[in-house]
Design a protein around this ligand. Sequence first.
Ligand code: FAD
Ligand code: SF4
Length: 527
Amino acid sequence: MLNKTYRTLRLILGDQLNASHSWFNNSHPQTNGEKKPNEVLYLIAELHQEALYVKHHIHKLCAFFSAMENFAHALIKSGHHVCYLTLDDTQNDKDLPSLIHRLCKQFSIEEFEYQRPDEYRLSQQLETFSSKSEWVCNQVESEHFLLPFADIQQHFKPNKTVRMEAFYRKMRKKYCILMQDNGEPVQGQWNFDQQNRNKLKPQNLEDIPEPLTFQNSVEHILERIHRHQIPYLGQPEKNLIWPNSRQQSKALLTFFCSNLLVNFGRFQDAMTDQSAYAWSLYHSRLSFALNSKMLSPMQVIKAALQTYQDNQEISMAQIEGFIRQILGWREYVRGMYWVNMPDYTQQNQLQAKQALPSFFWDGNTKMHCVSQSIKQSLDYAYAHHIQRLMVTGNFCLLAGIDPKEVDQWYLGIYIDAIEWVELPNTRSMSQFADNWVASKPYAASGNYIQKMSSYCSNCHYKVKQKTGDLACPFNSLYWHFINKHREKLASNPRMSMIYRNWDKQSEEDRSAILNKANDVFNSLNTL
Ligand code: FAD
Ligand code: SF4
């Protein structure tokens, strides 16, 4: 039961489900002194603007709304006052500022507080609201990331290249993770990436553990989504397999540490279509729990390090490979995002302009690797990193798809897709739309996909062929990409061998490959 009036309204966005936030602990300095629970009203709202800013996967919509509902229940249970608004309750609010305005009036609020949003879009909206508002407005930190927001400028500069590896080493030192007392990394090596590139052999397939999934009923949420005609991707399911509470998120973390960490690095880049668990393999699937802040990155790192210490079977290459993703990549992309927004969304150095092929929406293509990766993404709202980077991302890069369209697809389809993490991964890493992140484009022919997966043996196309009706489209597109971007790429020392190989081929072979690429471009939607 809510009071008629409150002194403070505190907004909790759908990706701010951090139960350890100092807001919920009145003695912490960020709370600006003691506030009694009955003076503070927490607002958690299903917003139409958030459901509509991109076409989301239906599992993603359900996962966020379901986790928000649970978070609200947990807060109420611990004595906080919470106003939870459904899509029904917010249907007449034009946007988030209008809703805040309405509630501030309704509850005679004196001050409005919000946690720093991770997305530029929401940050702008709330800053504008605060600057014009008749209420006292305070922004506090979200207390989630390992690199404080105020330190981002020290490590990253707008429109400048920063390499992940250099940043990661600083973070290892700062948090003293996998370090010796003399300031050197344990085992004298920072990076064990070379040991993390194994293919799954037939004898490895039986050992892949069945993934831990949940059965969270979301029927009531689906009804609301349908009632409000929110467009979505994928098929609705009555039960959600993704964690929707802190407790389930912790269970997923424990499951990862006990069953998957032992092989995480080893098969990190592997892809297969030969297992019922091909979609999950040894990946943690913690990205939704982390990005919604139900888990903190330090909590995940500590759990993984503890498991490494307790389990002799886990090698340094496995634990380092995992720590690098959380302490390195995840914090790094957030830094790159914030120093480069809003310019990030305009980057397109390769001037890619093609429309996204229609098979991205249903997976209906004869390219088995692409079909498997897209169908899996539609089924689970999930694909692992190499499927995103080296199959769908690589295809878009080689085919010159407009990065705006690529962004919209990645931002909509994945359970973990929030712009601060999606944009640098898509624009920079996978589409090479700027020079800030990758030292060379992640462009590869069918050969790479064959090396890392079992896809090619079940494909309509022949991975060894560059020309002819059955030639793997990745091959001619790859050489077309290399040829087209010579001016930009040939001076890059990491590309020189590739240009030598291209130039070594006869004039006749080169033009046959480029002609084949033109055929591929002419039939992009029906490959
Ligand atoms: P694991 O393979 O188990 O890795 C563990 C954790 O490390 C992840 O949960 C994630 O938090 C972190 N991590 C790993 N790689 C990255 C990375 N490159 N950037 C940031 N964090 C990383 N990740 C998202 O969270 N949201 C996105 O919208 C997103 N979009 C992507 C788009 C493209 C084109 C590419 C190539 C990658 C994208 N990633 C994104 C990064 C990565 O693919 C996912 O974090 C990962 O697949 C999530 O699955 P997992 O939890 O099983 O990860
Ligand atoms: Fe993909 Fe080419 Fe292999 Fe087919 S042959 S699975 S299109 S890489």
